[in-house]
Design a protein around this ligand. Sequence first.
Ligand code: ATP
Length: 436
Amino acid sequence: MSAKDLDQIVNLCKRRGFVYPSAEIYGGFRSSYDYGPLGALMLRNVKDAWVRSMVQQRDDVVLIDAAILAPPAVWEASGHLANFTDPLVDCTACKQRFREDHLEDKNVCPGCGAKGAFTEARAFNLMFKTYAGPVEGSGAEVYLRPETAQGMFVNFGNVLQTSRKKPPFGIAQVGKSFRNEITPGNFIFRTREFEQMELEFFVPPAEGPQWYEYWCNERLNWYVNLGIPADMLRLRAHDADELSHYSAGTSDVEFLFPWGWGELEGIAQRTDYDLTQHATHSGQKLDYFDQSTNERYVPYVVEPAAGATRTMAAFLLAAYDEDEVGGEQRTILRLHPRLAPFKVAVLPLSKKDTLTPLARQVYRTLSERYMVEYDDTQSIGRRYRRQDEIGTPLCVTVDFDSLDDGAVTIRDRDTTDQVRIPIDGLVGELYGRLGF
Ligand code: ATP
C-alpha cells in the first residue's frame, strides 16, 4: 500500500522531522519548505543515488557544480529571457491568478466559480531577477538559474579540454534551481526553490535517437531499482504540439501521485540547439573535432532532467505503508536502504549504565560506515515503531545478555524478524542485508 492521500505524508514529514513549512514561526512562507534532520539526510541520499548511478558507475559522465547566479547573456542565448514563460490569467471577480494551461475549463475560475471573468493571458517569465553589486540598475541584473542545464552548455569547452572525454559523453550536475511558479503547490511537488539532477549527454548527431531510447529506459529503471513499484510509473512520449521548439522528441517519466500522473523527469532530444545558440551569442567555438574521421561537428544532446525534491516526494509516497504487528497498527516507510535517512538504529534495551558502554561502542563502530541513530529513550516497542515510521531498515538491540555472550539482536523493518548475531560479525551481516 502506498499513501492514498498527500496529507498522510505531509503529516508524517512534519511530525518526524523530514520537511517543515518554511519560516513557520512567522506564519510560513507560501510553498517554501525546509528539510529537517531526517529530510536533509534523505534528500542527500536521493542525490547521492543519482550521482552513483549517473557518474560513479560509468566512465563516460563527469560531474560539475556551476554557479546559481548568471548574467542575462546566458539566458538571452538559451532562449529563457524570451520563452521561459507561462500563460498567466487574472480572475477579475476574485483577483486570484492562475496558469491558463492548468485550468480545467478556460472560462471558469476554480477560485470563485465566476464565468468569463478572466483577463487575456499574458506571458509571465518564471525567472527570478536580482541585482549583483551595490547599484540596482539595468547593468547589474542577474538571474537565479531556472534549470541547471545551462551550466553544462556554457562549460562544454572547458570540460572537453580538461576531462579528456569525447562524444558520446555527458556532463552531470545536481543543485538548486528557482522558478517563480504562478501556482506552486502539492507539498514539495511544485515549489519556487527546488533541486534538480540533470545530465547533458553529448553524442554524434546520427546517434541522437539511439541514445534517447537508451536514456529513457535507464532512467525509468533507476526509479524501479530504488523501490518504486513499476505500476506507479510510466514513460509518456510528448505529443507533437507539446514539444519545445528545439526538441526532436521528449518523454516524461511520470509517477502516480494521489492526484494523478505527474512528471518526475523529462528526457529530451535537444539536438544541437543549446551549443549552437551559445556559440553564436558568445562568439566561441562549441564543437568537437573528431581526429579519427577528420570531421568537426556540433554534438547533439540527450538530456535526462529530474527533480530531486519532487522525486523525494514520490519515494515517500510509494514507501508509505500501514500494517499490523502483534495486534498493533503500525505506520512504516518501506524505503530502499540507500534512501533511508538512517540505515541502522542502535537501541540499548535499558538506559542502565551497565549497557551504555557496549551500546555506544557498537554505535561508534557502525557509524564509521553508516548513518546510524542511537536511541535509548522509551520502551523498546515504541522505539521499533519510531524506526519503522522513519524507514530505518535495521535495528540492533543491545541487551543484558550481550554483556555475557557478545551478541546483539538484529530486527528487520519489513518482516519484523529478529536474529541474534555475534558483535564480531555484525558489520558483515549488515553489509549482506543492506547490500552496501
Ligand atoms: P512541470 O511541467 O511540472 O512544470 P517542467 O516540464 O517545466 O515541469 P523541466 O523543466 O523538464 O520541468 O524540469 C525537470 C524536472 O525538474 C521536472 O521533471 C521536475 O522533477 C523538476 N521541477 C521542475 N519544476 C519544479 C518545481 N517548480 N518544483 C519542483 N520540481 C520541479
